[in-house]
Design a protein around this ligand. Structure first.
Ligand code: C5P
Length: 315
C-alpha cells in the first residue's frame, strides 16, 4: 500500500495526552472461551493516576519511558503505545512517523491498566498529531484490537464492560470515590492470572455464578446513589484468589486496609495492587499511611474515582 508521509513542518506540534488507570469495582470472570479469552462482567472505574504520552514529530516510531517502574517497560514494538501508533497509521494509510514519550503514573503490571492507558493515550495523541481526526467510534474499534481494557481507558468515568471487557456501557454515578492504593514492586502478568484462574474455576468464578453474569445490582444502586458505605461491601473480584495465591502478602494488605476503616478493600483486576475505598480524601490518606506503616506494600498512592478518559492536555 502507498502510504502518505506527513512532512515534519512547523505545522506539526507535539501533542500531550493524559489517560487514567482503572480499578475494577466488580470483576466477574466466566470460563475460558474458544478464542482463549474469558467472558467478563467488569465494572470499571477510572482513577486519577495518569499516564502521560507525548507524541512529537519523528521519523518512524521511537519510544522513551520515564516514571515509576519505567525500567520494566519495553521500548520496542511490543509496547502497546508503539502498537497503537502502528495500528492507527495502518488504518489511515500514513507512515507511522512519531516520537512517543511516556511518563508513567499508573503502576507497571499492577492490575490497573497502565499499558492499556498508554495505548489509549497514544491513539488520541497520534490522531491529533497526524490530523487524522477519527471519530470516537472508530478510535474505540482500534482500541479494542489493541487490548480488552484499552476502550475503557479512552472512555473513562465508570462503565460496565462485557465481552472481553471491551463492550462498554456507561454507569450512572453520583459523587466521587476516594481510593488508597497499595502497590507491590513485583508485578503480576494478566495472562498468567487468567491461566491460574482456569485451574480452579472450570465453571467460571464465584461472583460470575453468584450474580448470573450480570452487574451486581447492589453495586449499581450504590453508584447511582453515590453511597460509598454501600459500595464498599459490594466490591468483588473473581481474580483476587489467584492474585493472593501468587503474592500471599496481599492478605495482610487487605486486612490492614480494613482495620484502618476502609469501606471495602479488594485486589485491583489481576493484581497485585490493593484498592481500598475511603470515606473521604483524608480517610484514604490515612489508609495509605496505615499500609505504609505496616510494611505490607512497597508504595502507596491516593486517587479519586470516576475521572475522564484519555484527553489532550491543552498547551
Ligand atoms: O486483552 P489483553 O491483551 O489485555 O489481555 C491480556 C491477556 O489476558 C490475554 O492474552 C488473555 O490471556 C487474558 N484475558 C482473558 N480474558 C479476557 C481478557 C484478558 O483471558 N477477557
Amino acid at each position: 500500500m502507498n502510504r502518505l508521509r506527513i512532512a515534519g513542518t512547523q505545522e506539526q506540534h507535539a501533542v500531550c495526552v493524559r489517560a487514567p488507570g482503572k480499578v475494577n469495582l466488580a470483576l466477574l470472570v466466566g470460563s475460558q472461551g474458544a478464542d482463549g479469552y474469558h467472558p467478563l462482567v467488569s465494572v470499571f472505574q477510572a482513577v486519577s493516576l495518569y499516564e502521560e504520552v507525548v507524541a512529537a514529530p519523528g521519523s518512524g516510531v521511537s519510544l522513551s519511558v520515564r516514571g515509576a517502574g519505567a525500567d520494566q517497560v519495553p521500548r520496542d514494538e511490543t509496547n502497546l503505545a508503539w502498537r497503537a501508533a502502528l495500528l492507527l497509521a495502518d488504518h489511515v494509510g500514513l507512515e507511522p512517523d512519531v516520537a512517543l514519550s511516556i511518563d508513567k503514573g499508573v503502576p507497571v503490571a499492577g492490575g490497573m491498566a497502565g499499558g492499556s492507558a498508554d495505548a489509549a493515550a497514544a491513539l488520541v495523541a497520534c490522531d491529533a498529531l497526524w490530523g487524522t481526526a477519527l471519530g470516537r467510534g472508530e478510535l474505540l474499534e482500534l482500541a479494542a484490537e489493541l487490548g480488552s481494557d484499552v476502550p475503557f481507558c479512552l472512555v473513562g468515568h465508570t462503565a460496565v464492560g462485557t465481552g472481553r471487557g471491551h463492550v462498554l456501557s456507561p454507569v450512572m454515578t453520583r459523587g466521587r470515590q476516594f481510593w488508597a492504593f497499595g502497590m507491590q514492586s513485583a508485578g503480576l502478568s494478566t495472562a498468567r492470572a487468567f491461566a491460574a484462574f482456569d485451574e480452579d474455576n472450570a465453571e467460571g468464578g464465584t461472583w460470575w455464578r453468584a450474580f448470573g453474569h450480570e452487574p451486581p445490582t447492589a453495586m449499581m444502586a450504590a453508584l447511582r446513589a453515590g453511597d460509598a458505605h454501600a459500595l464498599g461491601p459490594a466490591l468483588c473480584n473473581d481474580l483476587e484468589a489467584t492474585a493472593v495465591a501468587a503474592q500471599p502478602v496481599l492478605v495482610d494488605a487487605l486486612r490492614v486496609a480494613r482495620r484502618a476503616g476502609a469501606l471495602g478493600a479488594i485486589v485491583s483486576g489481576s493484581g497485585p495492587t490493593v484498592a481500598a475505598l475511603g470515606r473521604s480524601q483524608q480517610h484514604a490518606t490515612a489508609i495509605a499511611a496505615a499500609l505504609t506503616a505496616a510494611g505490607v506494600v512497597d508504595t502507596v498512592a491516593c486517587a479519586v474515582g470516576g475521572v475522564a478518559g484519555a484527553r489532550v492536555v491543552p498547551g
